[in-house]
Design a binder for this molecule. Structure first.
Ligand SMILES: Cc1cc2nc3c(=O)[nH]c(=O)nc-3n(C[C@H](O)[C@H](O)[C@H](O)COP(=O)(O)OP(=O)(O)OC[C@H]3O[C@@H](n4cnc5c(N)ncnc54)[C@H](O)[C@@H]3O)c2cc1C
Length: 562
């Protein structure tokens, strides 16, 4: 068997290596138009801060090692410019010389990835505008910054790559502004969780320009669509990627509804001899039950293995994707899996969510910190459809547990009971994921009612009755303006002070004491009582960035983020 692979990084190199493991005799040739194969795309931004000091370290394996270790041929600097399906050949162009030649195949694998989208702005093709896709890109950017002593940098795009680039540039001492067209960064997260990220960026000196785009790029500044001018000696564009489908489309291979290459469950394209994997294809979403595009390394590598297996008659159970990812934003770890509440609702799904703030380790442990976890579940089935976690501790571990649950069709009942390892240094006996599921079951079964942090401002403006059940000292250290303070420890003797005829919204620091207060009131005949999910800490985190950004009047007397 002779297999040709287009693209020599995540999907391409993984397919080639798997083929070799299955077949010692196959002839495998990988074609890569760039100078490097098998590099760590995901680590590229970390070269900017020096976490990866040497860009050569980004390259996992070179063509010589591929030959020695895997007996695979990796041809770099060679671009595949045509697929001749009928002859079962490809046309290859030597990038340096422009010479072309043909190579025949029994099977062809396409893993050409996705390229950065470039916004339509005046001056966007200037020399000091960069994208980040490969080692050459990151070296160019880093060299430029160092050689021209750049101080101010605008990062266009507040997604994964934009934020990682911004964080690493800030760590390198640069003044960074992120420009984002949406009203929040990191769209896989819901707006309430994104507010925590906004504060984190702001606290670490990264400026945020939301709901605007770049209109014009000049030597040391950019102009935004809202006419604001931002100092920028260099500009990094990271507004998203678009699949590289030209080769496939020109060869007449089917392109899916999302614009990615259409494949079947085994990653076979509309031509039986051609497979496609990675960022260039469209995949089936396990929860949304429709094709989507998902530009992530884990799925690309799994698809690569499945495609190689299929060539050798090994069955692949294609479960579809759920979309799990993680990112560090300064000292916060953020992770998400499945779909967020906004997407679920837009898809017409009936869902609800809970937001819990619980210690990531036993409070006595020195590194114990609050973990913010949002869990989204279907109503009335309780099926888990997504989760988002943010905190200084292991947000990714919690999300991975939930990702496993979602992949296996788990419900909040399953998550409530899942037995996880525990030691005070690693977690709590009832882990935050168990707690979130317990709260979710209470909500699903109507044991108590809640409102979300995003509801608070409107209710506050309507003069709703907020009951703060924290201790007096905590109350004095910041509370919702106009709230009534009755500490939980005094509630049972002071219930007469709580109105029965209007809705009462109860909060504490993190919604645990308020839950107890809600249940005590409910069981004493108060039937208009609701818990404020996320409580005062959640409210402060939700409101803070928006208050600063919009220069609006806070609804709290003082923020308290502890
Ligand atoms: C800066 C950055 C950070 C990232 N961070 C993460 C992360 O933290 N987590 C995560 O899950 N994912 C991350 N990703 C995404 C992840 O890297 C991709 O999903 C993954 O690399 C996709 O694999 P692929 O093989 O489809 O494409 P790629 O890895 O991009 O490889 C495609 C290769 O094909 C080559 N090529 C294209 N067309 C041709 C042609 N005609 N002839 C020859 N060669 C061709 C390209 O030059 C390219 O090198 C990140 C990506 C970037 C750029």
């Amino acid at each position: 068997m002779k297999v040709l692979v287009v693209g020599g990084v995540a999907g391409g190199a993984s397919t080639a290596a798997r083929i070799r493991r299955l077949d010692e005799k196959a002839e495998v040739i990988m074609f890569e138009r760039g100078p490097h194969v098998s590099f760590s795309n995901c680590s590229l931004p970390f070269h900017l801060s020096g976490i990866v000091p040497n860009s050569e370290k980004l390259i996992v394996m070179d063509p010589v090692q591929f030959k020695k270790k895997y007996n695979l041929e990796a041809r770099v600097g060679q671009e595949v410019i045509a697929i001749n399906k009928e002859r079962k050949t490809i046309t290859v162009k030597q990038v340096l010389t422009g010479e072309t030649y043909e190579e025949n195949y029994d099977k062809l694998v396409l893993s050409p990835g996705a390229k950065p989208i470039i916004p339509d702005a005046q001056g966007i093709d200037a020399e000091h505008v960069f994208t980040v896709r490969n080692v050459v890109d990151i070296e160019r950017l880093k060299n430029y910054i160092e050689l021209t002593e750049v101080k101010n940098i605008a990062v266009i795009g507040g997604g994964f790559i934009g934020i990682e680039v911004a964080e690493n540039l800030a760590a390198a001492g640069k003044k960074v502004t992120i420009v984002q067209s949406a009203k929040q960064v990191m769209k896989p997260y819901d707006e309430d969780m994104a507010q925590i990220m906004h504060k984190q960026l702001l606290d670490n000196g990264v400026a945020l320009e939301l709901s605007t785009t770049v209109k014009k790029v000049e030597a040391s500044k950019i102009t935004l669509s809202n006419d604001k001018v931002i100092a920028a000696d260099a500009v990094v564009v990271a507004i998203g990627v678009t699949p590289e489908i030209n080769l496939a489309a020109e060869a007449g291979l089917a392109i899916g509804v999302t614009g990615g290459i259409k494949v079947d469950g085994n990653y076979v394209t509309s031509d039986d001899s051609i497979y496609a994997v990675g960022d260039a294809i469209e995949v089936y979403h396990q929860i949304l039950h429709k094709p989507v595009r998902l530009a992530l390394a884990g799925p690309a590598q799994k698809q690569a293995r499945a495609a190689a297996d299929h060539m050798y008659g090994i069955t692949n159970h294609n479960r579809g994707v759920i979309g799990s990812s993680s990112i560090r934003i300064f000292d916060f770890n953020c992770a998400t899996t499945g779909i967020n509440e906004k997407i679920a609702k837009e898809a017409g799904m009936q869902v609800d969510s809970v937001y819990v703030i619980a210690p990531d380790k036993v409070g006595l442990m020195p590194s114990s910190n609050p973990l913010h976890l949002k869990l989204i579940f279907e109503v009335p089935t309780g099926k888990i459809v997504g989760a988002q976690a943010i905190g200084k501790g292991n947000a990714d571990k919690r999300i991975d547990v939930i990702a496993t649950m979602i992949s296996m069709g788990g419900t909040i009942e399953d998550l409530k009971d899942v037995e996880l390892s525990y030691s005070p240094m690693f977690g709590t006996a009832k882990d935050v994921v168990n707690i979130a599921a317990l709260v979710a079951t209470n909500i699903l079964y109507g044991r108590f009612k809640q409102i979300h942090v995003s509801d608070v401002r409107k209710l506050h403006e309507e003069n709703a009755f907020f009951l703060d059940v924290r201790e007096v000292k905590e109350f004095e250290n910041g509370h919702l303006k106009g709230a009534t303070n009755i500490p939980l420890s005094e509630l049972r003797t002071r219930m007469s002070e709580v109105p029965q005829d209007i809705p009462v919204y109860v909060y504490c620091r993190s919604a645990q004491r308020s839950y107890n207060a809600v249940m005590a009131l409910k069981n004493s005949g108060f039937n208009q009582v609701k818990n404020v999910s996320g409580s005062f800490l959640g409210i402060c985190l939700y409101e803070y960035f928006q208050d600063v950004d919009q220069q609006r009047e806070p609804i709290v007397t003082k923020y308290n983020f502890k």
